[in-house]
Design a protein around this ligand. Structure first.
Ligand code: AVI
Length: 327
């Protein structure tokens, strides 16, 4: 078994510019045009997402934070289970603010665990590798930078302890439902009997509340979306003029799909490296889905993937739920 990394050890970045370029060109030459929201998160995107999480209308972060602060002991007891040593793996760890609540409780209560945050953003992983050992003395941390399943396999290769995989913040909502179902099946395949998932999922609610969260008055969501065009300019030699695009969000209460688009405000041509992409006025780029779920859909998804739903922890308003599933 490999030892955990030190704060100064560099992470391996597996997301290459070549893949980014391929995905961008495939998306912008498709009809309709689309971009993959996983590319939102460069250093600037991480900063904007932080800002978004602090904004009044964006409720999911506060709801999940409330769950983690008011029910820390209950959640931790459920994941500690029989008290054996375990790996606490977090997919899309971000700044780990929410998981820090759990990590602190686990350390204070002498639980035998290592924390393995996985994130697509190299910045996030180096930040966690450096800061967590300072804020949480005694933590055993191995940051893994890359795609979730590649890094899950890597985690399994370095340790054979029981695994508790956290997937918080309704990150699963950024997949259309069939993709989310496939993702849960794939997760199950990568886990062994007795392993667990702790998965945070945003619930269906008043459509106006959802829409306001993805169309905030301060325009942070707009800047967050436009940043992907700026990232293409920075990293792929693009010449997007972001003032020629507007942000548009929709929410369908029937399906629970909240979708974001960038709308071309004019006929325009944009260069990306040696290629040129044309837009007509009012043409859209489909940027992101943030799917909202009903409780039954969540339990069906767990069971359909081969998990047993064990516990559900809600915030006061019942807007968000953290689920524990057993493999
Ligand atoms: C990361 N993810 C769960 C966020 C969401 O709510 O879909 C990303 C986001 N997009 C716009 N606002 C927040």
């Amino acid at each position: 078994m490999a030892s955990t990394t030190t704060a100064t050890q560099a992470s391996v970045n597996t997301i290459t510019d070549e893949q980014f370029y391929k995905d961008v060109m495939a998306g912008l030459t498709a009809n309709p045009k689309r971009l993959d929201s996983k590319y939102f998160y460069d250093a600037q995107g991480d900063k904007l997402f932080q800002e978004l999480m602090g904004c009044e209308e964006y409720y999911p972060t506060n709801c999940e934070m409330e769950i983690f602060t008011s029910q820390t002991a209950e959640i931790c007891k459920a994941i500690i289970a029989d008290g054996d040593a375990f790996d606490l793996i977090e997919l899309g760890a971000g700044d780990a603010t929410k998981s820090t609540q759990l990590l602190k409780y686990l350390i204070d209560n002498k639980a035998d665990f290592s924390y393995l945050p996985i994130d697509i953003s190299e910045n996030v992983i180096s930040y966690l590798n450096i800061t967590l050992p300072v804020t949480l003395p005694g933590i055993k941390i191995t940051g893994l930078n890359g795609e979730y399943f590649d890094m899950l396999k890597k985690a399994a290769a370095i340790s054979n302890k029981r695994k508790v995989v956290m997937f918080l913040g309704s990150n699963i909502g950024n997949m259309p439902i069939p993709v989310a179902q496939g993702f849960c099946r794939e997760l199950r395949k990568n886990l062994s009997e007795g392993d667990m998932m702790l998965i945070g999922i945003d619930l269906k609610k008043n459509p106006k509340t959802v829409l306001a969260a993805y169309n905030d008055k301060g325009g942070i969501t707009k800047r967050f979306n436009l940043n992907l065009l700026e990232r293409i300019n920075r990293e792929l030699g693009g010449d997007f003029n972001t003032s020629h695009f507007d942000h548009y969000a929709t929410y369908d209460p029937e399906t629970g799909a909240c979708k974001s688009y960038l709308i071309s405000l004019t006929d325009q041509k944009v260069k990306i490296g040696d290629e040129t992409v044309s837009f007509v006025k009012d043409e859209y780029i489909y940027m992101e889905i943030s799917q909202k779920y009903a409780i039954k859909q969540i339990n069906d998804m767990a069971e359909g993937a081969g998990f047993k739903p064990l516990n559900q922890f809600f915030d006061n308003k019942k807007w968000f739920v953290d689920n524990i599933w057993m493999a």
